[in-house]
Design a binder for this molecule. Structure first.
Ligand code: NAD
Length: 341
């Protein structure tokens, strides 16, 4: 079976080639991101493998279908960048990697909290320049504070446990509250109460029509003064303009982001020689109380190994027609890069 791998980076190739020893697929690695213009590069392949910032919208899927591709294998958990309705109409199978290392993402969210709270990003630079002043570096004890977890699925559950380990009270909001978390001391509340009571709000729900810009001007107005907002889920859960206003007014105390709504043009590339054209992103970078990482929460050895193996298993299952446990359908999500409206 021939597979075209879009958005290839050195680490993708390294892990895929190693795991492919067990599968012996014919792999073609492309650095290009998938979109409506690059889709034709997959001509002659049975399947394509894509990542978070590839854009599998309707025109791209139509071009893939015309090129003879039958399957889209996502090497990630989120699938908001695939138009699932279009895929279904075109008879394209779409599979994802639902879980690979939820610990990687939950631990990174914790790292953002600790780093931001104790201003590690600032003290690191200061000490290197011989500035040993503590001004502006004061944090707060996490112990005894309250964290609000939005989305208590695989990652949210682990994150909640880590936060309990710090002695924090954990409030949670999920469309489907889980008894086992409640039994472990997580208290499910409505969104408003979560915003009102939380010192830290951390997002672990998927991006859907319902959660698009969940953190907006209204939500921020409801939050505690000085709240810390953490997003390791998907960028568009946050209305960045509203967050910038919240930071300027001081309502938001700090923000830790591993994802950004317009990250597709920035993240995973070395743009250090170029001018960043995204003014909103550039504005975010000016705040001393904002810590941004470039979608690296998943990036541990264990996670990438699991991603590679599950992606290949998904492809093998589809190829052999033995069923597809990790396939997704339009009913599972809205399937578009941006929800309408
Ligand atoms: P999951 O499907 O196990 O859990 C998601 C949870 O969100 C579920 O409990 C679901 O009921 C809940 N949910 C759905 N809609 C909701 C809503 N409207 N309001 C509140 N809760 C809602 O997913 P997961 O594996 O825990 O991953 C969570 C998200 O993390 C993914 O959607 C993905 O976008 C993101 N992610 C990011 C990275 C990264 O590297 N930054 C890596 C993996 C996953």
């Amino acid at each position: 079976m021939k597979i075209t791998v879009f958005s290839t980076k050195r680490w993708v190739r390294e892990f895929f080639e190693r795991v492919n020893g067990e599968f012996e697929f014919e792999l073609r690695f492309l650095e290009a991101r998938l979109d409506r213009d690059t889709a034709q590069l997959a001509a002659g392949s049975d399947a394509v493998c894509i990542f978070v910032n590839d854009n599998a919208d309707r025109p791209a899927l139509e071009a893939l279908s015309r090129a003879g591709v039958g399957m889209i294998a996502l090497r990630c958990a989120g699938f908001n960048n695939v138009d699932l309705s279009a895929a279904e109409e075109l008879g394209l199978t779409v599979a994802r990697v639902p879980a690979y290392s939820p610990y990687a993402v939950a631990e990174h969210a914790a790292a953002l909290i600790l780093g931001l709270n104790r201003r590690l990003h600032r003290s690191y630079s200061r000490v290197r320049e011989g500035n040993f002043s503590l001004d502006g570096l004061m944090g707060f004890d996490l112990h005894g504070r309250t964290v609000g977890v939005i989305g208590t699925g695989t990652i949210g559950e682990i994150f909640a446990g880590i936060m309990q380990g710090f002695g924090m009270t954990v409030l949670a909001y999920d469309r489907y509250p889980r008894d086992e978390l409640a039994e472990r001391g997580v208290r499910y509340v409505g969104l408003e109460e979560l915003y009102r009571e939380s010192d830290v709000v951390s997002l672990h729900c998927p991006l859907t029509h319902e959660t698009y810009h969940l953190i907006n001007e209204y939500a921020i107005r409801t939050m505690r003064d000085g709240v810390m907002i953490i997003n390791t889920s998907r960028g568009a859960l946050i209305d960045t303009t509203a967050v910038i206003e919240g930071l300027k007014s001081g309502v938001i105390g700090s923000v830790g982001l591993d994802v950004y709504e317009e990250e597709a043009d920035l993240f995973f590339e070395d743009l250090s020689d170029q001018v960043i054209k995204d003014d909103t992103f550039s504005r975010l970078l000016t705040f001393p109380n904002v810590l941004i990482t470039a979608h690296q929460a998943f990036f541990t050895r264990e996670a990438v190994e699991n991603i590679s193996r599950t992606t290949f298993r998904n492809l093998a299952e589809w190829h052999s027609g033995t069923g597809c446990g990790n396939c997704i359908t339009a009913a599972a999500g809205y399937g578009a890069r941006r929800p309408p409206g």
